[in-house]
Write a protein that binds this ligand. Structure first.
Ligand code: ARG
Length: 461
């Protein structure tokens, strides 16, 4: 016996194509446990308003409990005639509580305030999972930084050798970006902790129901101030999609580096066999698919955000059925990241860094030229002059195919009288790195302190 939530004023049922277009259970069934939680809270405020007797309330809650069990076990599933998750669960409730009692629960609520509430609940749980997954990736980065605490990396700008840095400093830079993504999700959660339940279709309820009580039972801080806003707004969904898209973009920057580092030309890293794939034709191949899928999925997360924003654009208040299109993109972003986090954390955590090669490559490209200029500044030479002199050092060294450290005492003195042999104290990678010792710099002491603060912050989250 199909259940419909709105048959009364219609002489006929919906056309088949109409029903097919309308159907949403294939994606909104994810909201079923939240819908039942909302129903429990709603039953209690109906009781408080005197619209259910004590016996009716216990009958209703018992029926909702069996329904929840049957949903969890898969014994109860939506049928093709159920328009959406709310309709399917109404049918389930009527089957368990009887039409008389079951038919009382819908008073004072609408699918519009329900769906807005349930979507928020689903996303707030998902946010906690996204934070945990992000922290797994951060921990993989930090543990690599710890294991390779002294390793040098040729630091780059424009992808060209720039200045030597600690590998740990670089890995921790990614960790900082990811912790901002975590912060964004937490800020989002605080804004999203308002329940629209009780807003009805748009105008609120005349039945003396208590939205604050429902909000508290469903884990919200409060209920929405404005029922029209409560049912019509989806900026919480768009903001969430943005937070995940930004996270995806940050992950893609890590992924891109792993892909580059893993090439024969760079040779910085080797992937663990468990986190790489082979080729069906080329027997020698070992491909960085985890990193490539991370990079690829970041595009998909951006698409989910922009698609949702386009759906929301210019919709008049309050609820429009367009809003049914809000859920799939956001569910998709969540589910792609659910798949991604453990794989990316596993791949990053098991990378082998070829630290000897990294150290050998670090001076290539005259990466210590800035150190010469800054050394001259410390001797009182104006930076403009120092920059010129250091540039000339590069020119002379390059001209005879040598490194900066190979310049003779005479060559140095000829370039600038202040360039004494003492300048060589900064012409080693270790000396260069150690000299950048202000807050945020790449000196080992600073990088270690920074890592300790990172570990502390992760512990506090
Ligand atoms: N399934 C709808 C959604 O996801 C909720 C139902 C509201 N339908 C309606 N005709 N007012 O937004």
């Amino acid at each position: 016996q199909p259940v419909q939530l709105w048959g009364g004023r219609f002489a006929s049922g919906p056309a088949e194509a109409m029903a097919a277009l309308s159907l949403s259970t294939h994606f909104d069934w994810r909201l079923a446990p939240y819908d039942i939680a909302g129903s429990r809270a709603h039953a209690r405020v109906l009781r408080k308003a005197g619209l259910l007797t004590e016996d009716e309330l216990s009958g209703m809650l018992a029926a909702l409990d069996t329904l929840a069990e049957d949903v969890a076990s898969g014994a109860f599933t939506p049928e093709i005639a159920d328009e959406d998750v709310h309709t399917a669960l109404e049918r389930g409730l009527l089957e368990r509580a009887g039409a008389e009692l079951g038919g009382k629960l819908r008073a004072g609520r609408s699918r519009n305030d329900q769906v807005a509430t349930l979507f928020r609940m689903y996303l707030r749980d998902a946010a906690r999972r996204m934070i945990a997954g992000t922290l797994d990736v951060v921990e993989a980065l930090v543990s690599q930084a710890e294991r390779n605490a002294d390793a040098i990396l040729p630091g780059r700008t424009h992808l060209q050798h720039a200045q030597p840095v600690l590998l740990a400093h670089h890995l921790q830079a990614h960790a900082h970006a990811l912790l901002r993504d975590v912060g964004r999700l937490r800020d989002w959660d605080a804004r999203t902790a308002e329940s629209p339940y009780g807003s009805g279709a748009l105008a609120g309820s005349s039945l003396g129901l208590d939205p604050e009580a429902v909000a508290a039972e469903l884990g919200f801080d409060t209920s929405v101030e404005n029922s029209i806003d409560g049912t019509a707004s989806r900026d919480f969904a768009a903001e969430f999609a943005f937070a995940l898209a930004m996270l995806g973009v940050n992950l893609s920057r890590i992924a891109e580096e792993v892909i580059i580092w893993n090439t024969a030309e760079f040779g910085y890293v080797t992937l663990d066999d468990a986190w790489a794939t082979g080729s069906s034709i080329m027997p020698q191949k070992k491909n960085p698919d985890v990193a490539e899928l991370t990079r690829g999925k970041s595009g998909r997360l951006i698409g989910n955000l922009t698609g949702l924003l386009a759906t929301l654009k210019a919709q008049p208040l309050a609820y429009n059925r367009d809003l049914q299109e809000d859920k799939e993109p956001v569910f998709d972003s969540v589910e792609q990241l659910d798949l991604l986090f453990p794989a990316l954390a596993g791949m990053l955590g098991t990378l082998t860094f070829h630290t000897r090669r990294l150290a050998e490559l670090a001076p290539a490209g005259f990466t210590l030229a800035t150190d010469i200029a800054e050394w001259l500044v410390r001797q009182g030479v104006p930076f403009r002059v120092a920059h010129e002199a250091a540039g000339e050092c590069v020119r002379v060294a390059e001209g005879r195919g040598a490194g900066l450290e190979d310049l003779t005492d005479d060559e140095l003195a000829k370039i600038h009288p202040t360039l004494t042999p003492a300048v060589r104290e900064v012409l080693t990678i270790e000396g260069s790195v150690a000299s950048r010792d202000a807050r945020g710099g790449t000196a080992p002491v600073r990088v270690t302190e920074q890592r300790e603060r990172l570990v502390q912050r992760i512990g506090e989250l």
